[in-house]
Design a protein around this ligand. Structure first.
Ligand code: 6PG
Length: 261
């Protein structure tokens, strides 16, 4: 949406600031559970795409323990990933391994409801396989609409595995793409922006003072979207909630700390 002069007017952001990552994780776990109840009541299942990295670890640990390990109707949950590194599922860098060890192995979710990206093969093959899986799970002739997508933001403003300047940011047809990285980083597979932006709810979890400057550009300064992929996450009909800890929020001028600190 643009108003003269090419400046993009970003819709009002729902931004919540927390004292620390633990408070942020507790709030995120509550939102995850609420979204699962709403989705299951509305259409009988809850489809979620997870992210990796360090920020969601606290949230995932909470999901793997009471009350959430018992209260969420895990047998109606379908887990996917927003992105994955092209490593085996038992590799330290695997986003699947992070989720499996922190909560998937501790809850009663049917194995066939865990739709991991097969990182053990090439990025191109893994992306093609994941695309087939998504079309089987969501229907062949329309864009997948996830009930929830959990995202993080890197210090360079990337989200999922959509990095600044990447051709993947311009993908408007495919659901998932291969993302080449330079060694020692593993190649990756990522959902594309059209999929991210069709989610009913996106929770963007941002922690760490090192992200404060980029976060200000993304939230306060309406930086050109192409600079920071996280700024390109703008759900078409869904809701975007930023969950930010105080260190990451230290340069934000427009937002106050959330009451749930
Ligand atoms: C990944 C993630 C990635 C992550 C950001 C933030 O596979 O690395 O999906 O997009 O969310 O890099 O990572 P941290 O939470 O570690 O800061």
């Amino acid at each position: 949406m643009s108003q003269g002069g090419g400046r993009t007017v970003r819709p009002l952001q729902s931004v919540h600031i927390f004292a620390d990552i633990d408070a942020l994780s507790r709030d995120a776990a509550g939102r995850f559970a609420d979204a699962s109840s709403r989705s299951i009541a509305a259409h009988g299942r809850f489809t979620v795409a997870l992210s990796g990295g360090s920020t969601p670890r606290g949230l995932y640990r909470l999901l793997g323990n009471a009350p959430y390990s018992d209260s969420i109707e895990w047998q109606r949950v379908h887990l996917f990933w927003a992105d994955e590194r092209c490593v085996p599922p038992d590799h330290e860098a695997s986003n699947f391994k992070l989720a499996f060890e922190t909560f998937i192995s501790k809850v009663r979710i049917p194995t066939e409801h865990v739709h991991r990206i097969t990182g053990e093969v090439s990025a191109e093959i893994a992306a093609e396989r994941y695309e087939v899986c998504l079309r089987q799970c969501f229907g062949d002739d329309e864009w997948p609409v996830f009930d929830l997508i959990l995202l993080g933001m890197g210090e360079d403003g990337h989200t999922a595995s959509l990095f600044p300047g990447s051709a993947a940011l311009r993908e408007q047809v495919r659901l998932a793409v291969a993302v080449r990285k330079s060694p020692p980083d593993a190649d990756r597979v990522s959902l594309t922006l059209p999929v991210l932006n069709r989610a009913q709810l996106v929770l963007m979890l941002v922690s760490d003072a090192a992200k404060a400057r980029v976060l200000r550009s993304v939230l306060d300064e309406n930086e050109s979207e192409t600079l920071y992929p996280a700024a390109m996450v703008r759900p078409v009909e869904g809701t975007l909630e930023w969950l930010i800890d105080k260190p990451a929020a230290r340069l934000l001028s427009k937002y106050r700390s959330s009451s749930d600190t």
